[in-house]
Design a protein around this ligand. Structure first.
Ligand code: TXA
Ligand code: MG
Length: 313
């Protein structure tokens, strides 16, 4: 299909050429699809903010192939090394102090003292990062506050012809954005994801807090309204309202055109994978309201509930 490019040596090279010219392209990761641009180039960062209609105070995550390249831009510490060893490459983002001599555009990290860095696991984005001489700023490939894309078709849905080059890798594996953890000043999870607080505590062997409402300021981008399909959502529903779509989990729900089951087996990873796709489908079908059953607040269910709460705001 138009603008969609399959995984091949040739297309990875084409992506490299475009990025070197400071163009913005769409790429797969294991979490969600993103818009990628040269993190060292202010002109490419400006394009990303413009395409996403993103407030300039909301910093981007910088994606690297390995520690060696990340060390050019941030000061690493012991906690980082422990978590990196256990979870990277993978769906976790670390906030660390930016080096003075870093070449990351100040526009990419909203002129903060810190940068968020991530080492994605997806093979295609990794093979691209490996051959680039600069890291990539990659926010999720959606208009600010809208639903994140989990397939290249979703990216087309969001941007139409404005994104001319989308590297395709089918449906993403995880379906929710990476866990974001601050390792600067105070250790704190500022966005829940597949890798959860419990696992992180086990690795660091210390107490850490999840984000409190009062110190939201550490992440300017944690906007209240986010991940939104643009229709009212009611959470913890026991049944559906008239004419609403009903998002459910488990075996007990009968098949019905208005019922959208995230996982018949109550598998929360499957539910996470299907969440954005289901919300997008419901929106495209023209429903005016969504009811969602209670989702267990454990493991990746914590991240599902975080996104649903913000989508419902
Ligand atoms: O899974 C992911 O992380 C995806 C894929 C594409 O890698 N990316 C992603 O990026 O979700 P984005 O831009 O949609 O979300 C980045 C989040 C925002 O909430 C932003 O505020 C926060 O990370 N963030 C980035 N840099 C930060 C910093 N220096 N300090 C605090 N928060 C930061
Ligand atoms: Mg996003």
């Amino acid at each position: 299909m138009k603008n969609i490019y399959k995984n091949s040596q040739q297309n990875i090279k084409k992506a490299k050429r475009l990025l070197k010219k400071n163009k913005v392209i769409a790429v797969p990761t294991e979490t969600v699809y993103g818009l990628a641009g040269n993190a060292y180039s202010s002109s490419s960062i400006k394009k990303i903010y413009k395409l996403k209609k993103r407030p300039k105070i909301n910093p981007l995550i910088i994606h690297y192939y390995d520690i060696k390249s990340a060390k050019r831009d941030v000061y690493i510490n012991k906690d980082f090394l422990k978590l990196y060893k256990k979870f990277s490459p993978g769906p976790i983002t670390f906030i660390l102090k930016k080096k003075k001599k870093s070449k990351v555009s100040y526009l990419a990290n909203a002129n903060l003292k810190t940068i968020a860095i991530r080492f994605p696991r997806n093979k295609i984005i990794r093979s691209l990062l490996k051959i680039l001489e600069f890291p990539l700023a990659i926010p999720s490939a959606n208009i600010s506050s809208a639903l994140s894309p989990v397939s290249s078709q979703d990216v087309l849905d969001e941007f139409g012809n404005k994104i001319k080059f989308i590297l395709d890798d089918g449906q993403t594996n995880i379906g929710l954005e990476s866990t974001v953890i601050s390792l600067y000043d105070k250790i704190q999870i500022i966005r829940p994801g597949l890798i959860n607080l419990k696992q992180i505590k086990q690795v660091l062997k210390k107490q850490i807090s999840s984000l409190k409402k009062t110190n939201r300021i550490v992440s300017p981008g944690i906007l209240k309204k986010h991940y939104s399909p643009g229709i009212p959502i009611e959470l913890n529903s026991k049944k559906k309202d008239y004419n609403a779509a009903f998002i459910v989990l488990g075996k007990k729900y009968k098949k019905d055109k208005d019922v959208f089951n995230l996982s018949k087996n109550n598998n929360l990873n499957e539910a996470a994978r299907k969440l954005y796709k289901t919300l997008r489908k419901i929106k495209n079908l023209g429903y005016k309201k969504i009811n969602v059953v209670k989702i267990p607040n454990i493991k990746i269910g914590i991240a599902i509930n975080d996104r649903l709460k913000k989508a419902a705001n």
